[in-house]
Each structure stands twice: as structure tokens, then as C-alpha cells.
Design a protein around this ligand. Sequence first.
Ligand code: FEO
Length: 175
Amino acid sequence: MIDQRMQDAINDQLNYELYSAYIYYSMESWFRNKGFLGFANWMAVQIKEEMCHAQIMFNYVTDRNGRVLFKGIDGPNNDWDSPLHIFQAAYEHEQIVSSRINAIMDLAIEIKDHATAQWLQWFVGEQVEEESNTSEIAGRLEWAKDSPAVLFQLDTEAAARVFTLPAPLVAAAAG
Ligand code: FEO
């Protein structure tokens, strides 16, 4: 049975992962509207990843005989200035997610919930990747600011991003 405080913390984070997907949907729409189809693809993959993060949390709470409770999701910003603005915002958002994951880890350690601490390790590593991915593109866009040719090159590269099922869901699917 999962500790009530831990169930509440993971529920909050599950809802925040859905909020993350909401933000990236807003960003995808902006890119599609402006004709940046590569960045739009990048965001579409990101949305799937966020939905998977929520699913991993759903599975874990359920496996621990807990209860997943859904809450209202705040509306995302829909007003973006540029690709650079979007990826800077994505990087800032991922840093918030990392601090939230770290806070759940702190709670797991505090209440000696070893199972959750072990399970959460995957998210700790995932957040390193999430921050790295968004900051790298934001940095390259910063350099490309005055060069439409480089901007469209980056958009083309972003078109190559493909979705892969996160490891915890591959393991779950294998039973
Ligand atoms: Fe689910 Fe982008 O962290």
C-alpha cells in the first residue's frame, strides 16, 4: 500500500505531466500555424512522451493499490513570439518539472519509501534528458536568430525526431 502523502505527490505530478502535454500542444499548434513543420513534429513527439510519463505514474499508483485522482488542468500560454521563445519556455518548464521530481524523491527518502525512490530514478534520468534536449535547441536558436537559413535547417533537423516508447512502458507491455 502506498503512503497517502506519496500518493498525493505522485497524483499532483501526474496531473502536471498532463499539463506539460497541454503546453506542448499549444507550442505544436503555433509551429504548424507558422509553417515550421519540423518543430511541430518535435512537439508532437514531446506530447506523446508527456502522456507516457503520466501513464507510468498511473501504472505505478495502481500497482501500489493506490488511487489516481484527476484534477482540472490549467490553460497553457498560447501566445508565443518566436521559435526561440518557445524553446526557452520549454527549457524553463522542464527545469520546473525536474525540481518537482526531486521534491518527490526527497519525500520518498524522508518517509523511507524505498520502492518509490527506486521507481523514481527513471524520472530523475529522464529529466536530465528533457532539460538537455530543450536547452540544446534553445541555444542553437539563439545563434540562428538572425539567420533564416539556419532557422529552417534546425526546423528540418527537428522533423527527424521519432517517438519511442519509454522503457517503463515497454517493460509493462511485456508483462
Ligand atoms: Fe514529463 Fe517533460 O517531463
